[in-house]
Design a binder for this molecule. Structure first.
Ligand SMILES: [Zn+2]
Ligand SMILES: [Zn+2]
Length: 200
């Protein structure tokens, strides 16, 4: 007989098994503060951090972005976006500030925030030929001589024309932080609020 028994160690929280006791003990511990946490708190989303350390880590990351971002004033930011058809939006590291919709209230107590970039459905999907090509991929690939969706789709031109028109009409969009642009907010206290509102 050419075998021997082996020992495994199990993490008490998530029941993952390891070859060494140390690995098992470290499994569900925050890799920064060492606090033991259940699997439900040290999730894949937080990596190896407990919630508190993950928040701290995120804060530090945001601060590094502020350090390297180009700083512009709110007036300059508004000037850059004056032709946007959507309302102005900034990001303070936690939440989006729709400062034009709320008359500038969202900017009280903020001094430096990030700009945002708008992601529009109609721009994401404007390459309709590729979309249709993807739909047909499993069907066009199996042919000996590969053909395209254009060759295969019944009513291809009709479909492309329809999709172009339909996508152009979509106004769905969302905002993304633009970590390369930091916007300096002029001081606003409650007394100045009315005045600032008029300026915006
Ligand atoms: Zn574990
Ligand atoms: Zn921690």
């Amino acid at each position: 007989m050419n075998s021997k028994p082996v020992t495994f160690y199990e993490c008490n929280y998530c029941y993952s098994t390891y070859r060494t006791e140390q690995q098992a003990n470290e499994c569900c511990k925050c890799k920064v503060c060492g606090k033991e946490k259940s699997k439900w708190i040290i999730t894949g989303q937080l990596g190896h951090f407990c919630e508190k350390c993950a928040r701290k880590e995120e804060r530090e990351r945001i601060n590094r972005y502020y350090d390297t971002a180009q700083r512009i004033t709110l007036a300059e930011y508004n000037e850059l976006h004056k032709n946007d058809d959507e309302t102005g939006c900034l990001f303070n590291g936690d939440v989006y500030l729709f400062y034009q919709e709320d008359g500038g209230n969202g900017l009280i107590d903020e001094d430096l925030v990030f700009g945002t970039r708008i992601v529009r459905f109609r721009e994401q999907f404007k390459d309709v030929e590729s979309i249709v090509e993807d739909w047909f991929e499993p069907y066009t690939n199996i042919e000996e001589n590969e053909c395209s969706a254009r060759d295969m789709a019944v009513g291809y031109d009709e479909l492309i024309t329809f999709l172009r028109g339909w996508i152009a009409k979509q106004d769905a969009h969302y905002y993304q932080p633009d970590f390369k642009t930091a916007v300096i907010i002029p001081p606003m206290d409650n007394g100045e609020e009315e005045e600032e509102e008029n300026k915006l």
